[in-house]
Design a protein around this ligand. Structure first.
Ligand code: AMP
Ligand code: MG
Length: 349
C-alpha cells in the first residue's frame, strides 16, 4: 500500500506541476481516499463563484463507493456480483441492474474481440491463486503455486461463451451457466471513471480535473492555464519512477495493467495477477506493462488487461480495433507505442 501511495503522490505531482492560482482562476479541490481496494486521488477545478463546489469530491467518492457496494464487489454481501456468485443452484436466469448489464455487454464484446484473452468468468481461477490477498510481493515465502490439475478444473467453469444478456425495461436478464462466477476486477475502476465523467459533465461549474482510481485515470476538461494534462507512466523496473508521461488535452481515460501491481515471488519466479484464460497461469506474453488511452474508462481498463495477455503484436491490433492508443513496456524495458500514443508521449530519458 505504501508504494501505491508513493506512486499516486508522484503522479499527482506530475499532473499538477506548474499550476499556480490567482483570484480569477477556478478553485482547486483535492481529496485522497481509499475505495475499491485502492487509492482514489481527486484534483478538481471548480469555477470560483460556484456555491457548492466543495462538495464535488465527496460526491465522486460516494459514487465510487456506491458502485463498489451495490454492483461490483465480489466480497461485499450487498453487491450484485457477490449475490450472483452465490446464487441458488439451478437459478440460471437472473435479473440484473442496467448498470451491471451494460458493463457486462461491453465485457462480452471485448471477450470476443480479444479471442478470450479478457474474461470476466475467471473468478474460480483467480480465487485458486488467492490473488485478492496479494499486494506487491506480499506472499513471499508463504505462497504455494496451485496444482496444474486444480487450475484445469477451475478453468472448466470459465464459460464466457455461454453468458447471454437480454435488455429489458428495468435492467437486463442474464443467463449464466451453473458453476460460473464473475470477477470485474479488470474493469471496475474504468467503469467508475465513466460514471464520474457523467457527473462532471452535468456540473457546468466544473472546468477540469484529474481523478485516479488506482491505475485508471480520468483527465477531464481544461487546465486553468490552458496547458495539457500530464499523466505519468510508471516504470515497471522501478515503480517509484516513471518511464515518461503523456500530454493530453480535453477528456481522456488512461489505464495501466502491470506485473508489478500485485504479485508473489516463488523460487525467483514472479507470479502476477493478470492470468491467461487459455492456460490459467499468469500471462507470459513478453510484456511488463500496458497502458491504454481511450475516451471510455471501461474500454481503457478492459483493453489494458486484454493487451497484457495478448502481448505486443495482437494487443496492438486489438487496441486499434477499438480506436484506442497503447504503450507496451516489454520484459527488456523496450517501449513500443501505437502512432497516436507516440504523438502524446514524452520519454523520461
Ligand atoms: P487489471 O489490473 O485492470 O489488469 O486487472 C487485473 C485483475 O483482473 C486481476 O486482479 C483479476 O481480478 C482480474 N483478471 C486477471 N486476469 C484477467 C483476465 N485475463 N481477464 C479478465 N480479468 C482478469
Ligand atoms: Mg484492466
Amino acid at each position: 500500500m505504501k508504494r501505491i501511495f508513493v506512486a499516486a503522490l508522484f503522479l499527482a505531482a506530475v499532473v499538477l506541476g506548474g499550476c499556480g492560482q490567482n483570484a480569477r482562476q477556478p478553485v482547486l479541490y483535492r481529496d485522497t481516499d481509499i475505495a475499491m481496494g485502492t487509492v482514489i486521488q481527486q484534483n478538481i477545478y471548480v469555477r470560483n463563484d460556484a456555491e457548492d463546489g466543495g462538495t464535488v469530491t465527496e460526491e465522486i467518492l460516494g459514487l465510487i463507493r456506491r458502485m463498489e457496494q451495490e454492483t461490483l464487489s465480489r466480497r461485499l454481501e450487498t453487491a450484485e456480483i457477490y449475490l450472483i456468485n452465490r446464487r441458488r443452484e439451478g437459478e440460471a436466469h437472473l435479473q440484473i441492474s442496467e448498470e451491471l448489464g451494460e458493463i457486462l455487454m461491453e465485457c462480452q464484446d471485448v471477450w470476443e474481440a480479444s479471442q478470450g484473452a479478457f474474461d470476466v468468468t475467471l473468478a474460480p481461477v483467480i480465487r485458486l491463486w488467492d490473488i485478492d490477498k496479494w499486494s506487491e510481493g506480499a506472499q513471499e515465502g508463504t505462497f504455494a503455486v496451485p496444482e496444474r490439475q486444480e487450475i484445469l478444473q477451475a478453468l472448466e467453469n470459465c464459460r464466457s461463451g455461454e453468458i447471454r444478456l437480454a435488455k429489458q425495461e428495468n435492467g437486463y436478464e442474464m443467463e449464466l451457466p451453473a458453476g460460473t462466477e464473475l470477477d470485474l476486477g479488470a474493469v471496475g475502476k474504468g467503469a467508475a471513471l465513466d460514471e464520474i465523467r457523467r457527473v462532471l459533465e452535468q456540473r457546468e461549474e466544473i472546468s477540469g480535473g484529474v481523478i485516479s482510481v488506482g491505475g485508471s485515470i480520468l483527465v477531464y476538461g481544461a487546465k486553468p492555464d490552458g496547458s495539457s494534462w500530464k499523466v505519468a507512466i510508471v516504470n515497471p523496473a522501478d515503480t517509484a519512477s516513471a518511464i515518461g508521461y503523456m500530454s493530453l488535452k480535453g477528456t481522456w481515460c488512461v489505464s495501466t495493467s502491470g506485473d508489478y501491481e500485485r504479485y508473489a515471488m516463488v523460487d525467483g519466479i514472479r507470479y502476477h495477477h493478470i492470468l491467461n484464460p487459455a492456460t490459467g497461469y499468469p500471462a507470459d506474453s513478453g510484456v511488463r506493462s500496458v497502458t491504454v488511452l481511450s475516451d471510455s474508462g471501461l474500454l481503457s481498463d478492459a483493453l489494458s488487461t486484454a493487451c497484457f495477455v495478448l502481448g505486443i503484436e495482437e494487443g496492438m491490433e486489438l487496441a486499434e480495433k477499438y480506436g484506442a492508443e497503447a504503450l507496451f513496456v516489454d520484459t527488456k524495458g523496450n517501449i513500443v507505442m501505437s502512432p497516436g500514443m507516440e504523438e502524446c508521449f514524452t520519454s523520461a530519458k
